[in-house]
Design a protein around this ligand. Sequence first.
Ligand code: TRP
Length: 456
Amino acid sequence: MARDDRANFGSKLGVILASAGSAVGLGNIWRFPFETGNNGGAAFILIYLVCVLLLGIPIMIAEFSIGRHSRANTAGAYQRLAPGTQWRWVGRMGVLTGFLILSYYSVVAGWTLEYIGEAAGNGFAGKTAEEFIDSFNSFVGHPFRPILWLVLFLLATHYVIVKGVEKGIEKSAKIMMPVLFLLLLVLTACSISLPGAGAGIEFLLKPDFSKVDSTVLLNATGQAFFSLSLGMGCLCTYASYFRDDTNLPRTAFNVAAIDTLVAILAGFIIFPAAFSVGIQPDAGPSLLFITLPNVFQQAFGSLPWLAVLLSLLFYVLLALASLTSTISMHEVVTAYLHEEFNLPRSKAARLVTSGCILLGIFCSLSLGVGKEYTLFGLTLFDIFDFLTAKIMLPLGGLFIALFTGWYLDKQLFRSEVTNNGTLKFAFYKTLVFVLRYIAPIGIAAIFINELGLLKG
Ligand code: TRP
């Protein structure tokens, strides 16, 4: 496809918003808290922060450079930069990863729609923590309801991808993101003032490194990749629509900062509330959905209209934040099918949507009627999460680091990072060092350690 045929993001803010829109989503508000809870709290968060700084930002700059220089979908990008080599498999693995994540991510995104309905009907009023757990479990285990929402969510994603209403999304994100941020601040204040919230704050701030092992390291790495939308060519695809004057390192810093802030705030909402009402921090994927209604119920019980208003606002914003993330994953797969197989965009999108609906249905059922069908004790939903976030994304990141650190022409990479020498980037040498040595060795060491433990 000719360079000029491809769309571009309109403004500098548009670039940051689109990338931040991809990054901020269920990964921050749903997955970060439950991974933190599963991995012991404060120590995990510290390791996570190191992962974002040391692996996340450099690999994001690498993905941006690959995408903007090649102006192609992620598999096409490697073909252009490394024709005739096997590097194209990195792009292809990314496409597969995106497809798999989108399938199970949409299940959870669908749950947010059910909770919009609950919030609108003041469904949280007067319930106890136990009742929230029961109603979540019976909803998720229901054979049709979650599937209905999942299909609806994927159709909404499909609509945006086909109609190309990104411009509308770009504009609404300008309002949506700050409102979401403010609301998170309000909810944090509510949560930390609940009785007994102190134990939750301690859980978030007092690291206990005695429980840190290679599994915790792998989980933190995986979470960093998942939350920053890295390791599968998602931001690489977005960068193929960036303008030539976009400052790549600065965009990467901004996106990582916004994303991390949202995740930390989510932690400060979930854990004080969970400890306050006696919900186990390691409740897993249900954590957000069984904890948060308590905050609305407890903090605003005496002001039902405010409870309805704020909870509705929260779930609508969460659904929209998830939508900007599902769009970015869908785009990776659609752009690949469209550009590599010459399918019309609408047909490519239809294939992706139907495939994800099918896989998503199986993932959703695996939490209810299909609960008994497990592999290594994991449901299909858990397998998708484990395989993508903990194996495929870090592996993708490892190859992206190797590609830019060792294979890619130095001059080319440097001129992408500095916009042809017009920008100063003081950390260029550090960036190259990290991509050449720290990231590949670090990720490989974590994998090798994990395998060793699995055998032992
Ligand atoms: N980062 C998004 C979130 O936190 C999810 C997401 C979008 C993603 N695109 C991705 C995860 C690409 C991994 C790879 O919700």
